[in-house]
Each structure stands twice: as structure tokens, then as C-alpha cells.
Design a protein around this ligand. Structure first.
Ligand code: HEC
Ligand code: HEC
Length: 332
């Protein structure tokens, strides 16, 4: 009897497709990141196979309608997952209206974009590169290996929602942690230089950076007006374009500062070239405008204090996981 039950069980297990069994995939977080802050939608659990497929889509120019642009072209793994160009060039050969932000630690936010326009990583991946769903299916569906892998992961034929879900699952594995700062916090006092330690104290106290760049991911996920671009003839109104709320004029998402030293230029318009430029900007108190955050004040930092802040931010560069950032082999 027991052998019969065992036999039946074995047969059932063999027949259940991989996508049902893979539900117990465990995401390994680097030191310093908080598991309870992860945002993973119930209808898109992370599995190893889905992440592997999403990684290929991320690198594959056939994802774009024109077949000329991939996610990795603008979010470069070797540049802190951002773009060294002030503005990227999109699939139509046009500059993007805003600077490409980093995509590290997106696991910890729901809303995406400088203005929070996209409700999730799934909608972001679905809408930002492809203008037509037919093109996705035509371009990617023409690759036999993709059709087969997609069926193995989702249990259905290749279609755009699953493509976006796979990409979102991969993006959730692009993490930054285990930095010198994290080792310092874990008790290794030699992990950060004296200058970086002074910078940390300034960050939390005199320079008031924590008012917005708060918590383990160095962002409170809030939208704030710090004055960037507000002196242009027609300023980008950022969050206001999404909410229509006057208080949101010129407000942009507070970005994570993890990996920040790897990814200049900075801000939604790429207007600050270096971290020293950014600190000098805050030291001036930003650009005055009617919606400037009350937390923006001239800081009166000395030259040494400014450089200490920069040293502190350099200590936020995380360990690089080659399994995530190495380009995949794309199927023919
Ligand atoms: C042509 C360059 C370009 C390509 C290609 C591109 N992006 Fe982006 N990405 C941007 C820009 C620019 C923004 C900022 C848009 C905004 O805020 O208005 C952005 C924003 C994002 C964000 C939001 C980050 C945040 O902190 O809010 C994510 C996530 C993202 N992209 C992932 C992807 C993925 C995944 C792909 C491929 C499906 C992709 N991007 C393709 C330029 C690009
Ligand atoms: C009032 C809230 C607020 C305070 C205070 C604040 N920041 Fe920011 N920070 C932001 C917002 C919002 C942005 C994005 C602004 C934009 O692009 O328009 C930003 C952007 C940045 C960037 C660019 C990151 C990138 O990926 O482009 C750096 C670096 C930075 N802040 C460091 C600091 C430091 C250092 C301090 C303290 C001296 C500080 N911030 C204080 C809200 C704040």
C-alpha cells in the first residue's frame, strides 16, 4: 500500500510543471537590506526560472518595437544601473525627457519613475519600451527558445503580460547592499574611513539629509521639491503631472543613495555632474521656488564637511553580484 502511495506521489510530482513547484524560491538579500520591506505582488512570485528568462529579455534588443534598444542600454550594470549620458537615446532616436535613474533596490518600492507614474515594476516593464503588444509577441515569439522557456515558466503561450512579469521578477533581484557602510553598522569599525564616519554624522545631523534619504535604503520613498530645474523657463513639474496636486509641483522621487558613487550624472535632469556638485547644491539651499521643501535650507558646511559627506556616500557602494550583472547568452 505505502509503495503504491509513494508511486502515485512520484508520478504526480513528475507531472506537475516547474512553475507550480518553484514557489518556494528564496531571495537572498545582501547585508543591510530589510526583507520585510520587499514588495512582491501575489500574482508574480519570484522563481529562479522566471528571473533567468527576465534577465534575457532585459538584455535583448528584440524587446523593443524597433529592435534597437534594450533595458541594459539605458540602465547599465557597469554604471550603477543608470546611464552616463545626461539623457538616454530612445528607440526612435530621440533623447528621453528625463535622466535614466538607477534601478537598484526597486524590490523595496511599488511606484516607479521620478514622478511615480508607473504603479508597479510590471506596468513599468510592460509600457516603457514596447509601444505595441503585437510587436513583443512577434519579435520575441519568433525565437523558439523563448517560446519554450516562457511555456515552462508560465504554463501558457508567450504573451506581453508574462514578458513584463519576467522582467519585473529579474529587476527585483538587482540589489545593492553589503557596502562598507553595512559592514561598519554590523560592527566592523575599520570598514569606513574617519572621513566617511564624520560624513555619516553630518548626513544624520547638521546636513539634514536623513529628513528625506531615510532608512536602510536611504529613501523615505517620498516625492519632494528640492528645486532642481525650477529656474528653467518651463520647469518639469514631476509628481504634479501624476497627481494634479499643487503641493506636488516640482516634486520628484527621493532616490536611494545606495551605489550612488557609481552612477553620475545626478538628478532627474542629470544636471549635477559629480557628488561634490550635489553637496554644493544642497549647501546653497537649492533653487528657491514657491514649492521648495521646508527641509531645504542653506547648510553652511565647511569645505571639509562637504568632502566628508562625499566620502560617506562613496561608502554606500554595494558588493556586485556577477550572477545578476553579467550579460546573459541570448538565444538565436
Ligand atoms: C531609452 C532609455 C531607456 C530604456 C531602453 C529603458 N529605460 Fe528604464 N528608464 C529610463 C528613464 C529615462 C527613466 C525615468 C523615466 C521618468 O521618470 O520619467 C526610466 C525609469 C525606469 C524605472 C524606474 C526607476 C525608479 O526608481 O523609479 C525602472 C524600474 C526602469 N526604468 C526599468 C527599465 C526596464 C526593465 C527596461 C526594459 C524593459 C527599461 N527601463 C528600459 C530610460 C530607459
Ligand atoms: C527635502 C528632501 C531632501 C533632502 C533634505 C535631501 N535630499 Fe537628496 N534628493 C531628494 C530628492 C527629491 C532628489 C531627486 C531630485 C530631483 O531629481 O529633482 C534627491 C537626489 C539626491 C541625489 C542624486 C541621486 C541620483 O541618483 O541622482 C543625491 C546624491 C542626494 N540627493 C544626496 C543628498 C545629500 C547628501 C543630502 C544632504 C546634504 C540630501 N540629499 C538631502 C530629496 C532630498
Amino acid at each position: 500500500m505505502t509503495t503504491l502511495v509513494g508511486l502515485v506521489l512520484a508520478v504526480v510530482l513528475l507531472l506537475v510543471p516547474g512553475w507550480l513547484l518553484a514557489a518556494d524560491f528564496k531571495l537572498k538579500l545582501p547585508t543591510g537590506l530589510q526583507e520585510d520591506a520587499a514588495q512582491i505582488p501575489d500574482d508574480n512570485p519570484i522563481t529562479a526560472e522566471k528571473v533567468a528568462l527576465g534577465k534575457k529579455f532585459f538584455w535583448d534588443e528584440r524587446l523593443s518595437a524597433s529592435g534597437t534598444v534594450s533595458c541594459a542600454g539605458c540602465h547599465r550594470p557597469d554604471h550603477g544601473w543608470s546611464d552616463p549620458r545626461t539623457f538616454s537615446v530612445d528607440f526612435a532616436g530621440q533623447p528621453t525627457p528625463r535622466h535614466a535613474p538607477t534601478i537598484v533596490n526597486r524590490l523595496f518600492s511599488d511606484l516607479q519613475h521620478w514622478s511615480g507614474l508607473r504603479a508597479s515594476l510590471e506596468t513599468q516593464a510592460g509600457l516603457d519600451v514596447n509601444k505595441t503588444d503585437e510587436k513583443v509577441v512577434a519579435n520575441l515569439g519568433a525565437v523558439p527558445a523563448y517560446r519554450q522557456e516562457f511555456r515552462a515558466v508560465f504554463g501558457r503561450e508567450l504573451e506581453p503580460i508574462g514578458v513584463a512579469q519576467a522582467i519585473a521578477a529579474y529587476v527585483r533581484t538587482i540589489l545593492s547592499g553589503s557596502s562598507p557602510y553595512d559592514r561598519f553598522q554590523a560592527g566592523d569599525r575599520s570598514a569606513m574611513s574617519e572621513a566617511a564616519q564624520r560624513g555619516l554624522r553630518l548626513f544624520e545631523d547638521k546636513a539634514m539629509c536623513v529628513r528625506c534619504h531615510a532608512g536602510f535604503n536611504f529613501t523615505g520613498e517620498g516625492y519632494r521639491n528640492i528645486g532642481i530645474g525650477m529656474n528653467k523657463p518651463i520647469p518639469d513639474l514631476g509628481r504634479y503631472e501624476v497627481t494634479g496636486d499643487d503641493a506636488d509641483r516640482g516634486a520628484f522621487k527621493t532616490p536611494t543613495l545606495r551605489d550612488v558613487a557609481r552612477r553620475g550624472p545626478y538628478m532627474h535632469d542629470g544636471s549635477e555632474r559629480t557628488l561634490a556638485d550635489v553637496v554644493a547644491y544642497y549647501n546653497r539651499g537649492g533653487v528657491k521656488n514657491p514649492w521648495l521643501s521646508a527641509d531645504m535650507k542653506p547648510l553652511e558646511l565647511t569645505v571639509e564637511e562637504q568632502s566628508d559627506l562625499v566620502e560617506f556616500m562613496k561608502a554606500l557602494s554595494g558588493e556586485i553580484d556577477p550572477a545578476v550583472s553579467r550579460p546573459p547568452v541570448l538565444p538565436k
